[in-house]
Every structure is written in structure tokens, then in C-alpha cells.
Design a binder for this molecule. Structure first.
Ligand SMILES: NC(=O)c1ccc[n+]([C@@H]2O[C@H](COP(=O)([O-])OP(=O)(O)OC[C@H]3O[C@@H](n4cnc5c(N)ncnc54)[C@H](O)[C@@H]3O)[C@@H](O)[C@H]2O)c1
Length: 402
């Protein structure tokens, strides 16, 4: 693609993710000039006037509105970012699809499997492109791990350990944002972090077939925070308390689908928002008969690797980010220069816009969100019943494995 194409961007919600989406769009022409894609920041919506003002004065949007419907009705908008709290996602995404707007939606796309499937149906009806905020997929070290798995360098996958342990709500003074309310967020850490872990496992290793899970609420009440104020990292002294309605912690045992090199693989997935110590301790470890890899988001640019059973040097070698890994070379010319979270969002924006403009489709889609939602729902059911739950369809001729 070398023709210039201007893409009109509408942003819905100017919170943490909204700002990142805006920055990511603006960075695409700098990082990927050869694509000729020029995002134009047309209009941003938020119910907080100060955030609309910020979108215009600082992020560079031409217009602002308190009503997201105006973003969807705007003929100059080609693509929409949906960065609202979870309870608004389905309503906004379905309206975007019906308005013929391609959309990039933050995870979790819906609060439940049914809601996520209703978005998928609207997308299919209207033929729009989608992307989902599964940003950790784009880390160059993760792409390298995926390549090693895909090329068979780890041999048959024996087991996978994914643990997404965060401390943002470890302090009982941590604000009761919309994330802790079932109506507004759906599930708790299952939707927030576990869904990321599920997506990473699927992206790098393969889909998950069945699951057994347990969950807990560790801190049952927190000080309230109004919508559109502060962030979920805020600590509030005193103030009115409200109930935490969804889980703080989840642990699961999973079986991968009997396909490819993960035929017999078993995994553990753990997620917490109340861990003391790890702040964003998002780890993926993959063990195979011929080698293993380990990644930790807190050390985004490093991948620990061991290849072969008979190495003189036993144990893991730390490999640092380098131009051969994923999209690293688009950001830094030589190895060892650090990339950050925002860069992953730029890669996500590029993949979305490229798909919208008729280029290669390497974007995550609403189908990936449905797959993650199916796992989250199966985990919730398993936690409630104590039984293993099926999370995917068995391959033809295969029996479900528990
Ligand atoms: N991909 C990731 O790693 C990642 C990280 C953080 C958050 N998220 C997801 O992003 C989404 C947003 O999270 P956040 O942390 O940016 O939230 P936030 O609380 O920082 O921002 C939410 C914004 O939505 C606005 N809003 C509320 N109602 C609205 C309405 N009717 N119309 C327009 N705007 C409205 C609020 O005023 C606020 O500005 C969530 O779904 C969350 O799960 C994803």
C-alpha cells in the first residue's frame, strides 16, 4: 500500500485507554510511513466535559461531544475506538456496526458470552472490521515465543503457566471504580486480566478446550469513586463504602484443544487484582519436550529461552528485544532499546487500520473476544459448581477431555 489514505477517527471515552488509542492513531504515520495511512482525529465523546475539552486541546481532536451517538452519526468518521466502561461496550459496538463504522474495542468486548456474541452478530450483519484490545499479543518477545512454538522449536508442548497478578486493588483504600460492580463491569479479575491471559495462551499456544476454576473476593468493600473521576489506581481515605460485587482472584486448570503441538498440553491460569508485590506481573511460561520460554510483562523486552535438552549451559538464557522479534525494528534500530506499553497500542492501531484499508489482516477480531468470553464464562460456571466446564468445541471426531 503506498497511496495516501486519510482515515477519520472517532473516539468514545477519554479515560486511560481513550488517551492511548488517540496517541496510537497519531503515531501510526511516524512508525509505519510506508503504509500511507493518515488517521485524522475527528471527534471524541465523553460524558465528562473536562475530558472532552482535553481531547480537543491536548489529544488533537477537531470536535468533541457529550453524546457518543454523535460520533457514530458523523459522516467524517470511518473508524471508532470504544474505550468506555464494560457495561457500555455492547450497546456502543452494535450501534457502531449498524452505522457501518469499523471499530477497535477494549476488552472485555461484552460483559458476558451472550453480549459478546451479540456484538459478533452485528459485525457479521454489517461487514465491518474489528480489533480488540488484547495488546500483550504484540510484545516482540511474545511474537518471538509464538514463532518458536509454531516452528516446533519447543517440541510438543507439555504445559503452560499463565499468571496475571496485579496489585492495583491490593490496598483496601483502592477506589471502588466501575470495575468492581457486576452491572457495570460483568465479572471482576476474570474479565479484566484473566481474559488477557486466555488470549495470550490461545495466540501463542492454541485454543483451550476445558477448564476447572476457583474464585474469591478478598476485599468485600471499598471507598466509592464517581464515574469519570480519577482512575482505579486511586487510593481514597475515608469516604462512603460500597460493596465489591465480583471476584478479586481466580485460578484455573485448563486443557488445550487436541490440535497441533499442544495435543496433550495442560495449563494453569491465575489472575489477581489484589496481589502484594507484582504490580503488572503478567507472566507466560511455555514448556515443551525440546525447550521452554518464559516472559514477564514487567520485563517486557526480555524473553527467557532454553532450547534443546542437552545444553552445556543448563537453564534459561535471557534474550533481549531485537529487530528480529515481532515489530521491534519499527520502533528501535538496534537490540536492547526498551519498548513500552504505548508501543503495543501503536502496533494494535496499525493492524486495525491496515485491515480497514484492505491490507493484511493480522488484527485480533471480535471472534477472539468471543473465544475469551467463552473461557471466562466457563470459569465462572466451574467456580460456582465445582465441575469442569467445556470452553470450546471438540475437534471433529475428538472426545471432550476433562
Ligand atoms: N487493553 C488493556 O490492557 C486495558 C487496560 C485498561 C483498561 N482496559 C479496558 O478499557 C476500557 C476502559 O477502561 P479505562 O481504564 O480507560 O477506564 P476509565 O475509567 O479510565 O475511563 C472510562 C471513561 O469512560 C467515560 N464514560 C462513561 N460513560 C460514558 C458514556 N456514556 N459515553 C462516553 N464516555 C463515557 C468516563 O467518563 C471515563 O472518562 C475497559 O473496558 C477496560 O477493561 C483495557
Amino acid at each position: 500500500m503506498n497511496q495516501q489514505r486519510t482515515v477519520g477517527v472517532g473516539l468514545i471515552s477519554v479515560g486511560w485507554m481513550g488517551k492511548l488509542h488517540a496517541r496510537a492513531y497519531s503515531s501510526v504515520p511516524y512508525v509505519y510511513p510506508e503504509l500511507g495511512i493518515k488517521p485524522r482525529l475527528v471527534v471524541a465523546a465523553d460524558t465528562e466535559q473536562s475530558r472532552v475539552d482535553y481531547a480537543i486541546s491536548t489529544l488533537g481532536f477537531e470536535r468533541g461531544t457529550l453524546d457518543y451517538h454523535e460520533v457514530l452519526a458523523d459522516p467524517e468518521v470511518d473508524v471508532v475506538s470504544i474505550c468506555a466502561p464494560n457495561f457500555l461496550h455492547a450497546e456502543m459496538a452494535i450501534a457502531a456496526a449498524e452505522a457501518g463504522k469499523h471499530f477497535w474495542i477494549e476488552k472485555p468486548a461484552g460483559r458476558s458470552l451472550a453480549e459478546t456474541q451479540s456484538i459478533e452478530q452485528a459485525v457479521a450483519r454489517n461487514g465491518v472490521e474489528t480489533s480488540v484490545g488484547f495488546n500483550y499479543r504484540h510484545a516482540p518477545a511474545i511474537e518471538r515465543a509464538r514463532q518458536l512454538v509454531g516452528d516446533g522449536r519447543l517440541g510438543e508442548i507439555t504445559n503452560v503457566r499463565a499468571s496475571f497478578l496485579a496489585g492495583y486493588a491490593a490496598d483496601p483504600r483502592a477506589a471502588l471504580s466501575w470495575r468492581f460492580n457486576r452491572e457495570l463491569a460483568g465479572s471482576g479479575v476474570l474479565a479484566d486480566l484473566f481474559s488477557h491471559a486466555v488470549d495470550l495462551c490461545s495466540h501463542v499456544v492454541g485454543s483451550i478446550q476445558s477448564i476447572s476454576a476457583a474464585t474469591n473476593v478478598m476485599i468485600p468493600a471499598r471507598p466509592k469513586l464517581s464515574m469519570g473521576q480519577g482512575t482505579h489506581f486511586d487510593l481514597i481515605e475515608g469516604g462512603e463504602m460500597g460493596e465489591v460485587e465480583n471476584e478479586d482472584y481466580a485460578a484455573a486448570l485448563v486443557r488445550f484443544s487436541p490440535e497441533g503441538l499442544a495435543q496433550r498440553a495442560i495449563g494453569t491460569i491465575e489472575a489477581s487484582r489484589v496481589a502484594i508485590g507484582p504490580q503488572c506481573g503478567y507472566r507466560l511460561e511455555i514448556y515443551g519436550t525440546e525447550g521452554s520460554v518464559k516472559w514477564d510483562y514487567e520485563r517486557l523486552n526480555e524473553l527467557e529461552v532454553v532450547l534443546g535438552r542437552n545444553n552445556e549451559e543448563q537453564g534459561f538464557t535471557t534474550v533481549i528485544g531485537s529487530p528480529g522479534h515481532g515489530e521491534y525494528s519499527r520502533f528501535q534500530p538496534g537490540p536492547g532499546n526498551a519498548m513500552g506499553f504505548d508501543d503495543l497500542k501503536i502496533i494494535e492501531a496499525k493492524k486495525f487500520l491496515l485491515a480497514v484499508c484492505g491490507g493484511e489482516k493480522t488484527n485480533s477480531t471480535i471472534a477472539d473476544a468471543v473465544a475469551a468470553a467463552a473461557l471466562v464464562e466457563a470459569a465462572e460456571k466451574s467456580a460456582a459448581t465445582g465441575d469442569w466446564q467445556q470452553a470450546g468445541k471438540p475437534a471433529q471426531g475428538q472426545k471432550m477431555q476433562y
